[in-house]
Every structure is written in C-alpha cells, then in structure tokens.
Design a protein around this ligand. Structure first.
Ligand code: H2U
Ligand code: ZN
Length: 345
C-alpha cells in the first residue's frame, strides 16, 4: 500500500507521474449525483452518420447494414503532395509537410448501441474493419503510421452520439508513437524480450492491477496510470499490428473490449466517456519484434458522472498528478458487475 506522495515511471514513454494517495484517504464518500438516463433512438433522421442520411458535406450515406467507413469530410490531413513549402532559414522556426488520410468508421447502423451493448460478433466486425482499413492505409507509399481511435462522449469533444471511431494515417510517426518505439526498442535490445510481454507477465504475478484477462489479452490499470480510470489492453505476445492477430485473438480482444467498456458504463451507470486508441507498430514494412499491440483507454471522469479530472495548473506546467492510486481505482472497476446496467434493468 502506497500512503505517501511518490512518483511512478511510465516505461512506455519515459515520463513520470506524481501520485498523492494521502489526498484520497476517503475518496468515495460524499454525494454521488446520478444523471438522468439518456435515451437514443435506433435511427435518428437528423444524424450525419445514420444509414441513408445526408452528411454535413452533402454526401448521402448508403443504407449500410454492418460497419460503415468513409473518408472524413473535414480531414485534418490531405493525401496530395503540396508545393506549399516554408524554409524559414532559421533553426528555431522549423516546419515540415505532412500528408495523410483520415477516415470515419461507424460501428453499426444502430444509432443507440455503443461498444459494450454490441454482441461479440459485431465487435469482432468492428475490429476486422479497423484491421482492413489499417492494412489499406499502410499500403500507401506515403503512409508511415495509422492511428485508430474512438472519442466517446460530448465531454471528450465527440461531435455525434452515433457510435463511431476515426482513423488518421500520416506520413510521419507521431509523438506518442516515437516515445513508445524508442522505449520498446531499447528494452528489447537490453533484455531480448518485448517490454509489454514482460510487464503483463509481472502484473499477472502481482494481481493488483488486473481488470480482465483471457488467453490472449489482458486489461489492467497500468502502474503509471495518469487518468483516474485509465486502462491498458495489451496482447500477450509481440503482435506488431492489428493485421497480425489470429481469428482467436480477434475474438479474445472483442471479449476484453466488451468487458472493459461494460464495467466503465456500470461505474456511474452512464455511457462512460473516454478517448481510446490502438498503438500499432509504424507502417514501415519492418517486422518490429519489440512491439506489442495495445490499446489505451483514457477516461476523463473522476468521482461521478459529472466530476471530471482536469489536466491543468501543475499538470500543464510540470507533470501529471493523481490522488487515488491505480490499485484502489482498479478495485472499484473490478467490484462492478460484468453485465451492462441497461441489460439488468
Ligand atoms: P468525433 O470523433 O470528433 O465525433 O469525429 C467525427 C468526425 O466525423 C469528425 O472528424 C467527421 C468530422 O470531421 N464528420 C464527417 O466527416 N462528415 C459529417 O457529415 C459529420 C462529421
Ligand atoms: Zn445515427
């Protein structure tokens, strides 16, 4: 049991988090306000993402029945090479061109069903769609990295409740992946084993931070978690990319996703907001034996459906900080039912 202020090291990024457990001695007392349940229709005629509807850019969606993928109408990146070059001539004014392709992936035609409410085969089809799109994008000669992610909930800036995710692929490896690549490469060179394979094995020995596990995947609250209910979902073997998963691993991953997101929703009996995304090895055609496919879930909520953690003040200026330890927070999630609250009602 950690009782005193301390730092924890994130071996994936090389960064530290400050933990202040003494500030959270009785973290779960006091009023926990319940928010009224949100009712969404199965089909919403005003939704940009529902089948058959017009999107914001004026394109009509097909009457899709499974997952549905389209190029983002407002892409942050563009595939065309540009001659808009800026050579400042000064080492303190550096820019570089960036090309890419952004897509949107709807999970299903149903406007009202989020990941935990989908059946396992439907979650598998979402995973298969992310995989197929990742392969398709990685095959472009100018793409070096494919980021699959879901922004869920208005509090995370998600623009539409229709369950969907995004894929941004780009010509350079982005910051977080650069850090993880450096750290995993260095660990593999020193130890001869992938960092996350060792980490997951160690966590299974200690059993303090495991949330859910099956033969192929583990969901846990990492020792170095920053967000109150942060979860890491990791493969058990060095799978470099989504496309390296076997069919059994896809099913196992779908089951873990359903379990993690069900417990999240059950925590405050709301559709739990988060940003979630996969970290795959860069799309550089290399084998990457050091890399272990994983997903990070970063939920913003702290104490209730309405009390969120803000990364402000000391955290913006110095380093991330948390009160409640990962060990206590994961116990909260572990103690919840594995059956979604809407299915129990
Ligand atoms: P959010 O995860 O932020 O809700 O993203 C939804 C994306 O969908 C956003 O990037 C795109 C937005 O550009 N979009 C379209 O491409 N067409 C639309 O008609 C609506 C939203
Ligand atoms: Zn919809």
């Amino acid at each position: 049991m950690f009782n005193a202020p301390h730092r924890r090291f994130n071996p994936l990024t090389g960064e530290w988090v400050l933990v202040s457990p003494h500030r959270a001695k009785r973290p779960w007392q006091g009023q926990v306000e319940k928010t009224p349940p949100e009712y969404l229709p199965q089909y919403d005629p005003t939704c940009y993402l529902c089948p058959g509807n017009l999107r914001a850019g004026g394109v009509q969606n097909p009457a899709y029945t499974g997952t549905f993928v389209f190029d983002n109408d407002f892409s942050a990146l563009l595939p065309e090479e540009s001659d808009d070059r800026h050579e400042s001539g000064h080492p303190l004014l550096v820019s570089a061109p960036e090309r890419g392709i952004c897509r949107v992936v709807c999970f299903s035609p149903r406007h009202d069903l989020t990941l935990p409410e989908l059946e396992i085969p439907t979650i598998e089809s979402v995973l298969e769609t992310w995989t197929r799109e990742s392969v398709d994008l990685a095959a472009r000669d100018f793409i070096r990295y494919v980021q699959v992610f879901e922004n869920k909930g208005a509090v995370m800036g998600c623009s539409n409740p229709h369950p969907h995710s995004q894929i941004w692929s780009q010509s350079n490896v982005p910051n977080e992946i650069v850090k993880e690549l450096e750290r995993q490469t260095a660990y593999f060179a020193e130890q001869g084993r992938p960092l996350l394979v060792d980490y997951i094995q160690e966590e299974h020995k200690r059993k303090e931070r495991i949330l859910a596990a099956n033969d192929h995947f583990t969901a846990l609250m990492p020792f170095w978690a920053v967000w109150p209910f942060e979860v890491l979902v990791s493969a058990h073997r060095p799978v470099a990319r989504l496309s390296d998963l076997t069919p059994a691993e896809v099913t196992a991953l779908a089951e873990i996703f359903k379990e993690v997101t069900t417990r999240y929703d059950n925590l405050f009996e709301i559709s739990f907001p988060y940003s979630m995304g996969f970290h795959q090895a860069p799309a550089d055609g290399q084998p990457h034996p050091e890399w272990v496919l994983h997903a990070h879930f970063y939920p913003p909520l702290l104490r209730s459906a309405t009390v969120r953690k803000f990364m402000v003040g000391y955290e913006m200026l110095a380093m991330p900080q948390r009160d409640i330890t990962a060990e206590i927070a994961v116990e909260r999630l572990r103690s919840l039912s594995g059956i979604h609250y809407k299915q129990r009602a």
